[in-house]
Design a protein around this ligand. Structure first.
Ligand code: SF4
Ligand code: SF4
Length: 117
């Protein structure tokens, strides 16, 4: 199993199309990710969370807001993530750490990767 996943990861190539940042959904933030992204943006945690996050229904965790209603606020016009080196683990792990049923319909990298669907 481990070998299979390693082979898939080696084969997978992100096309940097930004489609996974445009799908409807939420991007959750761990507390240390809040600190890292705020520092990256030169903001205090207070400023960052007030401007760029929403509270989840559980009232314990935060998510990144959408920019224009159709994509994550941190997706640039050129289709790249402006916080790429500090992006949340949820983003970092897609699609080889996790993905959802039908993810290959939006992810060209997955379309070109051989794996058991
Ligand atoms: S949809 Fe797939 S190929 Fe496109 S940026 Fe996201 S991970 Fe990369
Ligand atoms: S944080 Fe970056 S990688 Fe994650 S959804 Fe937003 S733009 Fe995409």
């Amino acid at each position: 199993m481990a070998l299979l996943i390693t082979n898939m990861q080696q084969q997978f190539q992100c096309k940097k199309c930004g489609q996974c940042c445009r799908i409807k959904g939420t991007v959750s933030l761990l507390p240390e990710e809040v600190d890292a992204i705020a520092a990256k943006l030169g903001m205090s945690v207070y400023q960052f969370t007030a401007k760029f996050t929403n509270l989840m229904p559980d009232r314990k965790s935060l998510t990144i807001i959408d920019g224009n209603g159709t994509s994550c606020v941190f997706l640039s016009d050129s289709g790249l993530c402006v916080i790429n080196d500090t992006k949340p683990i949820q983003c970092r792990n897609f699609p080889m750490g996790w993905h959802y049923k039908g993810a290959e319909t939006i992810c060209r990298g997955l379309q070109e990767t051989k794996y058991d669907r």
